[in-house]
Design a protein around this ligand. Structure first.
Ligand code: NAP
Length: 284
């Protein structure tokens, strides 16, 4: 990549960002698209987001991604929100347009696209483990896409219940929140066609024994959005149970592709981006 005086910039705002795979994915895409653009890490400490977001605009960036821990606060700093970002209450993609900051959220869309060909939401029952930012984006996108029932299981029950109530009130889809002490979880999990781990708890090798795999029906698709390790303990256990499994790299790829399409107005070169992600993950 050659940086010149005419190179346009995009970046990722987060803390920390040094392990982000997004620069590798987007820079490979820009090269494949013949764009004189560069994607740079923008480490922004908690508390410094307002200045950083103002800087993105004043430095002439075309846009930015936003990651942990800034996605919720970023919403407050936008001039305009997409309907999805408004409902999710968080921004992971900023587009700078005519001196204004437009906030989007592509996490839920990315998640749904990563399941294409393996599972589709219409009329289905889903279990989501977690009730944090990612679970919220996924649950809301699933509700908007026609899922019939959403069950959220979270360490902190109140958080899962609040999210479930919001989904029912704002989108009108049946949703319930629980913690692991709730009755009937075996029946709910067995009757769901999709189970998603959206907790920060990766269930790596050490967590392989922690999930009640015998509750899973072999027809259930199991997705872990945590992608380090790429095949988590949850995915191994689910595969042993005969389930179709989906790792979290697809969500990362497709949320990035959706962001790239917002910035460029062009289709994302998915194979190039997927290869760059895999190479970067291997090198990490
Ligand atoms: P978050 O807002 O901080 O939420 C964290 C969630 O994990 C909460 O539900 C929390 O439960 C739960 N949790 C944390 N530690 C736990 C533990 N030891 N045992 C059980 N539950 C635990 O984080 P987030 O933004 O939702 O991200 C969650 C994970 O998804 C992260 O690992 C992130 O890297 C990954 N992610 C992946 C993608 C992708 O593209 N593949 C996209 C976004 C996020 P409490 O409510 O009880 O605290």
């Amino acid at each position: 990549m050659v940086i010149s005086a005419s190179t346009k910039l995009v970046g990722i705002i987060g803390w920390p960002v040094e392990h982000s795979l997004s620069p590798a994915m987007h820079n490979a895409a820009f090269a494949a698209m013949g764009l004189d653009w560069a994607y740079v890490p923008l480490p922004v400490r908690p508390g410094d987001l307002p200045q950083a977001v103002a800087g993105v605009l004043s430095l002439g960036f075309l846009g930015a991604n936003v990651t942990i821990p800034h996605k919720e606060e970023a919403r407050e700093l936008m001039d305009e929100l997409s309907p999805g970002a408004e409902l999710i209450g968080a921004v992971n993609t900023i587009a700078c347009q005519d001196g204004r900051l437009i906030g989007h959220n592509t996490d839920g869309i990315g998640f749904l696209r990563s399941l294409e060909g393996k599972w589709s939401p219409g009329g289905e029952t889903v279990v989501i483990l977690g009730a944090g930012g990612a679970a919220r984006a996924i649950a809301i996108q699933l509700a908007l896409a026609g899922t019939r029932e959403i069950h959220l299981i979270n360490r902190t029950c109140a958080r899962a219940r609040r999210l479930a109530e919001e989904i029912e009130e704002r989108i009108g889809v049946f949703a319930r929140g629980y913690d692991w002490t709730a009755q009937d979880l075996d029946r709910i999990i067995a009757s769901s066609s999709l189970l998603v781990n959206a907790t920060a708890f990766g269930m790596g090798d050490e967590g392989e024994e922690l999930f009640p795999y015998h509750w899973l029906d072999a027809g259930t698709v199991v997705c872990d959005i945590v992608y380090t390790p790429r095949v988590t303990g949850l995915l191994k256990g689910a595969a042993n149970q005969g389930c179709v499994t989906v790792d979290g790299l697809g969500m990362l790829l497709h949320q990035g592709a959706a962001a790239l399409e917002i910035w460029t107005g062009r289709p994302a070169p998915l194979p190039v981006m997927a290869k760059a992600l895999e190479d970067a993950l291997e090198a990490d």
